[in-house]
Design a binder for this molecule. Structure first.
Ligand SMILES: [Zn+2]
Length: 281
């Protein structure tokens, strides 16, 4: 799932390419992607793109008086075209969710791999009309230390859960929360209320900031692979920790898994893998 650093890289890529250009047409490839009906997508035709921004993990294309809010879910992303294909779009077939044509001849798609279609597009007057944006907590890069301390102190959840909860702090998902906790040498299962918040916040800024620097300047098609290359524990079960040499372990859930280093994060102890526990009973 695209997280803050990847979406920031996307914003930096798109901004100079689309700002000042005009939308000529939009094609919908997947009806369920569109979450709003009024104003209709056709309202974008003829409008100038005035800016590109990020809110949490969402990408926002800005127009005078309108905002196109794109949420990527797990497998959605932007495909950029220097020359956008103008042929008809086949509905419900393939990854194309929405195609935006620009007056320059360029354009971009919101596409989503796989069979689960969870990416979404909302055309609204203000991004705050999108519940997930309005209900999001402060941005992971800009939250103040005292506010972060207060949020952690008041939590009864595990730190991994808190970092991924967009209503508490927005921008971090499964991959970068694994990376952040590995760098901070904190167990993903540690109670959030016991964590040194200012210290963890420094790590959050460091990990997200470094990822942003690595990914910014890359075209959207290269971002995912570059993100993977930069990860030290996430998705690396069974590999060697680059910090301490231990074998990276994982905890599996029904639809996802987390990775951690027992040497760096849990005093060598293995965390309970619920799926495995159930199988062994
Ligand atoms: Zn380690």
């Amino acid at each position: 799932m695209p997280e803050l650093p990847e979406v920031d890289a996307l914003v930096e890529f798109l901004r100079p390419k689309v700002s000042g250009d005009f939308v000529t047409r939009t094609d919908v490839g997947e009806l369920s992607i569109l979450k709003t009906v009024d104003p209709p997508l056709e309202a974008l035709a003829g409008l100038e793109i005035t800016g590109v921004a990020r809110s949490g993990k969402a990408l926002i294309i800005e127009f005078e008086g309108l905002e196109l809010v794109c949420r990527f879910a797990r497998a959605g992303w932007i495909v950029w075209h220097d020359l956008v294909p103008t042929g008809p779009v086949k509905m419900g077939k393939g990854p194309l969710g929405l195609r935006v044509h620009l007056a320059s001849g360029a354009g971009f798609d919101l596409s989503e791999a796989g069979t689960k279609k969870n990416a979404s597009v909302s055309l609204v007057h203000d991004r705050a009309e999108v519940a997930a944006v309005a209900g999001a907590g402060p941005d992971a890069l800009w939250i103040e230390a005292n506010e972060f301390s207060r949020l952690l102190a008041g939590s009864r959840s595990r730190i991994k859960t808190v970092l991924e909860d967009q209503e508490i702090i927005t921008g971090i998902g499964n991959a970068y929360s694994d990376e952040i906790l590995h760098t901070a040498k904190i167990s993903p299962f540690a109670p959030a209320s016991g964590v040194d918040a200012p210290e963890l916040l420094d790590v959050i800024r460091g990990v997200l900031g470094a990822a942003r620097e690595t990914l910014t300047g890359l075209p959207p098609s290269k971002v995912k692979a570059a993100k993977k290359r930069g990860l030290r524990v996430h998705g690396r079960t069974g590999q060697t920790c680059p910090v301490c040499g231990s074998t990276i372990a994982e905890v599996s859930y029904t639809d996802k898994s987390l990775q951690y280093c027992p040497g760096c994060q849990t005093d060598g102890k293995k965390l309970s893998d619920r799926r495995m526990d159930r199988l062994l009973k």
